[in-house]
Design a protein around this ligand. Structure first.
Ligand SMILES: [Zn+2]
Ligand SMILES: [Zn+2]
Length: 115
């Protein structure tokens, strides 16, 4: 659901057009002609909060034998409200990346991946 956007110049909220360019949206106001860029600010999908924390998240793969190894990280956004527990966990273990909440256990990695 889109939050209401208003023209910073005249306050128009309806006659607006936007072009998405990479990670931003170039907005244009059809009333006064103002143009501006709107960041695609991520928001929590559960509560809509924009108070997010960017956390490195471990990508875990089963390696030879019984070991699980971290093969990389990707940045994810965690909601400071909904994901408070995970953020806390990450802060405790910094600078290590946050491990997936459910580590694939040896033997059912395929099950986890195909879910
Ligand atoms: Zn305007
Ligand atoms: Zn949230």
């Amino acid at each position: 659901m889109l939050k209401e956007i208003a023209c910073p110049s005249c306050g128009e909220t309806e006659e607006l057009a936007g072009d998405r360019v990479d990670s931003a949206i170039t907005m244009r106001c059809d009333v006064c002609g103002e143009r501006w860029e709107r960041d695609l600010t991520p928001e929590c999908q559960s509560c809509g909060s924009k108070d997010l924390v960017t956390v490195p998240h471990a990508i875990v793969e089963k390696s030879r034998g019984t070991q699980l190894s971290v093969v990389g990280t990707r940045l994810i956004n965690l909601c400071s409200t909904c994901d408070a527990e995970s953020i806390e966990q990450w802060q405790r273990n910094r600078p290590n990346p946050l491990l997936p909440r459910v580590l694939p256990t040896v033997g059912d990695v395929d099950d986890v991946l195909s879910e």
